[in-house]
Write a protein that binds this ligand. Structure first.
Ligand code: GLU
Length: 502
């Protein structure tokens, strides 16, 4: 589809928008990668373009099919969809770099034929020694281009002998700078002195990242490269590769890194870092997407809760910030609660189910059979949690029928003091009334008579009852908990608690 494309997002007009997310499957999908994927997706959707997933699995030692599968699962869970990719197909595949070896070899042959690359026979030891010497003399320590000066005959002779070699890009020597207009960082100019004739093909025949990324982006007709700013220093090199290939480069937009609260680059030290970790902790994908959307971009500087649809209808690179974003777990937790509150009881129970099953509190069968009971827990618990992972701990006392694990400190503070036995007996007597309606209002009205009856403070009475019934002095609301537990379980718990009561 053709888009009229202008303004702050670049000067490309009437261009097909094609963007890609190109993860290396060397681990799980991290927050930074997820944000890059999200911005690419939102940019494509906003502009009626295509979003391509390309797996950069050339690092055969660290890339695994499991990681690829995991990354795809995480992207799907986030609700991102791609138009082309290893699983989706498309006209510009294959989309796994490991299956594109022949493509890279063919482009290298073209570059050789056009005299844009040369073989370098320097050994790693020679290169290292020269680098050290240059550093000691505080000279530029990049490759000194010695093999660029070899005669044709000498090159042919060494190649014929099978001398180990790399292939390096011939940088233009008459040029002063490489310039590009980054759509986030603005005009960037890099002096050529800072660049050397870098390697496109290693001694073992494998192509380098800076080479394959250009071949792929060119062949896949990528219009905009949106990626982390850790690649900013690669961009001038890639522009030189495009020039050597005689292909116009795509537009570039680099995204500032994500920092932890301590100002350091976000990593495992800051807690959960991968999308998988957040999912397991019980964050909702809608909340995570919403949070990531705002980690470096804003709709209007104010709106904090927004759907994917709002994001895809408003996303623009012009509103991406060049300042590093600070990851704030508390804000994410707050946002997750907002989404949990908006879920409604039925969707909440669906989302809670895997946790219940995992923690052995209920089976899928129990949940299906007593659906209304589980849904009734929702309004009580949702105000008191920020993640699904916290629900089981907060509600565990509602399972287990007539027995409940008693928290030692709560017993000591609230059950052992004198008067508790009388409280429990009074409650048992009142609850024994068969005519008592078992709902929260009736229970409250009935049990509220105990303080006066015994001449005790309401706080003491209800804390003792709470510990007896819920096992802890902190719990969901007492009367609603009693309704959920049912009469028999409550009576049994009160009876058992007598043993500890003072
Ligand atoms: N595979 C690279 C990475 O995971 C991405 C390269 C790019 O976006 O140009 O960092």
């Amino acid at each position: 589809m053709f888009q009229r494309f202008s303004g702050n997002d670049g000067s490309l007009m009437n261009q097909t928008i094609r963007v890609r997310f190109a993860p290396s499957p060397t681990g799980k999908l991290h927050i930074g990668g997820a944000r890059t994927a999200l911005y690419n997706w939102a940019f494509a959707r906003k502009n009626g373009g295509s979003f391509v997933l390309r797996i950069e699995d050339t690092d055969t030692e660290r890339s695994t099919p499991e990681n690829t599968a995991q990354i795809i699962r995480s992207l799907r869970w986030l609700g991102l969809s791609w138009d082309e990719g290893p699983d989706a197909g498309g006209s510009y595949g294959p989309y796994l770099q490991s299956e594109r070896t022949a493509v890279y070899a063919a482009v290298l042959e073209q570059l050789k034929a056009r005299g844009r690359v040369y073989p370098c026979f320097c050994t790693p030891e020679e290169l290292e020694a020269r680098r050290e010497a240059a550093q000691a003399e505080k000279r530029y320590s990049g490759y000194d281009r010695s093999c660029r000066a070899l005669s044709e005959a000498e090159v042919a002779e060494r190649l014929a002998r099978g001398t180990a070699h790399t292939w390096r890009l011939k940088l233009p020597l008459d040029r002063k700078t490489v310039d590009f207009d980054d759509l986030v960082f603005g005009q960037i100019s890099v002096p050529m002195e800072q660049l050397d004739d870098f390697i496109l093909l290693r001694t073992d025949g494998t192509p380098t990242y800076n080479f394959v990324v250009c071949v792929d982006d060119a062949q896949m007709r990528i219009s905009h490269v949106i990626r982390g700013d850790d690649h900013l220093s690669n961009t001038p090199k890639q522009i030189l590769v495009y020039e050597a290939m005689d292909t116009p480069p795509p537009a570039f937009a680099h995204l500032s890194m994500i920092l932890g609260a301590d100002g350091k680059r976000l990593s495992k030290r800051h807690g959960a870092a991968s999308v998988e970790d957040w999912r397991e902790e019980g964050y909702l994908s809608d909340a995570l997407v919403n949070y990531l959307a705002l980690l470096g971009w804003s709709l209007d500087g104010e709106t904090s809760i927004m759907s994917r649809a709002t994001l895809t209808s408003h996303f623009s690179l012009a509103r991406v910030s060049r300042n590093p974003a600070v990851f704030d777990p508390e804000k994410l937790a707050w946002m997750n609660q907002v989404y949990l509150k908006a879920l409604g009881a039925s969707a909440f129970v669906d989302a809670w189910e895997p946790y219940l099953v995992h923690d052995g509190l209920a089976t899928a069968g129990d949940i299906a059979e007593r659906r209304a009971w589980f849904e009734a827990v929702y309004p009580l618990v949702v105000e008191r949690i920020h993640t699904l992972g916290e629900v089981d701990e907060k509600t565990a006392y509602l399972f287990g029928g007539g027995t409940v694990a008693l928290d030692e400190e709560s017993v000591e503070k609230c059950l052992e003091p004198e008067g508790s036995l009388a409280i429990l007996e009074a409650a048992l007597a009142l609850l024994g009334d068969e005519a008592l309606c078992w709902d929260a209002e009736a229970l409250e009205a009935t049990l509220r008579t105990i303080p006066e009856l015994l001449g005790l403070k309401p706080r003491q009475v209800f804390q003792a009852l709470r510990v007896a019934v819920c096992g802890n002095r902190v719990s969901l609301p007492l009367f609603e908990s009693m309704v959920l537990l049912g009469r028999d379980a409550c009576v049994e718990r009160l009876e058992r608690a007598r043993e500890f009561a003072g």
